[in-house]
Design a binder for this molecule. Structure first.
Ligand code: IPE
Ligand code: IPE
Ligand code: MG
Length: 257
């Protein structure tokens, strides 16, 4: 484990880290607290992780905050999550901006309550020219919806004469997704131990390295993040090819915590 407050230097920092922040409810239930308290505690983990990623110069961080399926939850929990989002942006915006972090939102945020839309637009507008790191929040995001949206936009471009069916390839299709201007995630972290993607970035994670921990999101610290990156940097990403020569015979295994 990495020591507290130590920001290690990695040879191989992932350019883009995506995180499925899960286990807020379980964190709270275990402590006999309402689930909403788990979400509140999870907000502190968001702050820790954004700060750590910015320190080690990750270029893009994407956090899955609310899925298209999360509307199935009780109304009071959904409302609480929306209020928390506003509170987070309100409280952290200035500091994120001072750290040259650009805030982006993936997902149909226009159908959120108007106060959320206003806060999101304020954050996007203020930070639009920042360059140190892109911080993407996936809110009311679902990967299948994203893909269908991309297909519709491409179809419209064909109808309007801006695109040709014969020119469509993987690269061009990617340009119709939220990730159009950043690389696919190098590392996907999921907390709270589930081995599934829950409709997150299905197209983009084709060759992403996965790192799953039983630690719940409110408990997730910068040390866990650094462990994930350290494990990631030992993996051999073959992309369907063969081992890179320097790794031949090494068979480096990742450790999970
Ligand atoms: C993740 O924690 C936060 C959101 C999905 C918004 P959960 O609320 O899913 O926590 P568990 O999985 O019920 O423990
Ligand atoms: C995934 O967590 C969505 C977010 C982290 C926002 P869920 O808790 O909704 O996932 P499932 O229902 O366990 O697959
Ligand atoms: Mg969950």
């Amino acid at each position: 484990m990495y020591q507290k407050d130590e920001a290690p230097s990695f040879d191989n920092v992932p350019r883009h880290i995506a995180i499925i922040m899960d286990g807020n409810g379980r964190w709270a239930s275990k402590r006999l607290l309402p689930r909403t308290m788990g979400h509140r505690e999870g907000m502190k983990a968001i702050k820790r992780v954004v700060k750590a990623c910015s320190e080690i110069k990750v270029k893009a961080l994407t956090l899955y905050a609310f899925s298209t399926e999360n509307w199935r939850r009780p109304k009071n929990e959904v409302n609480y999550l929306m209020d928390l989002l506003i509170e987070f942006l309100n409280r952290e915006l200035q500091e994120l901006h001072e750290n040259n972090i650009k805030i982006n939102v993936w997902g149909d945020y226009h159908s959120l309550p108007p106060k959320c839309v206003d806060e999101i637009e304020r954050a996007r507008h203020l930070t639009q020219h920042n360059e140190a790191m892109v911080f993407n929040l996936a809110i009311n995001y679902g990967s299948r919806t994203e893909i269908v949206r991309g297909v519709k936009r491409w179809g419209q471009d064909v109808l309007d004469g801006r695109a040709n069916i014969d020119d469509l390839d993987e690269h061009m299709f990617s340009s119709y997704l939220y990730t159009h201007d950043i690389p696919d995630p190098d590392l996907l972290i999921r907390t709270a131990g589930e081995f599934r993607l829950s409709n997150f970035l299905l197209w983009q994670v084709a060759y992403t390295e996965l790192w799953i921990t039983d630690v719940t999101w409110p408990e997730f610290t910068r040390e866990h993040l650094f462990q994930a990156i350290s494990d990631y940097s030992k993996r051999d990403r073959r992309f369907g090819g063969l081992n890179s020569p320097k790794r031949e015979g090494k068979n480096v295994k990742s450790k999970n915590i």
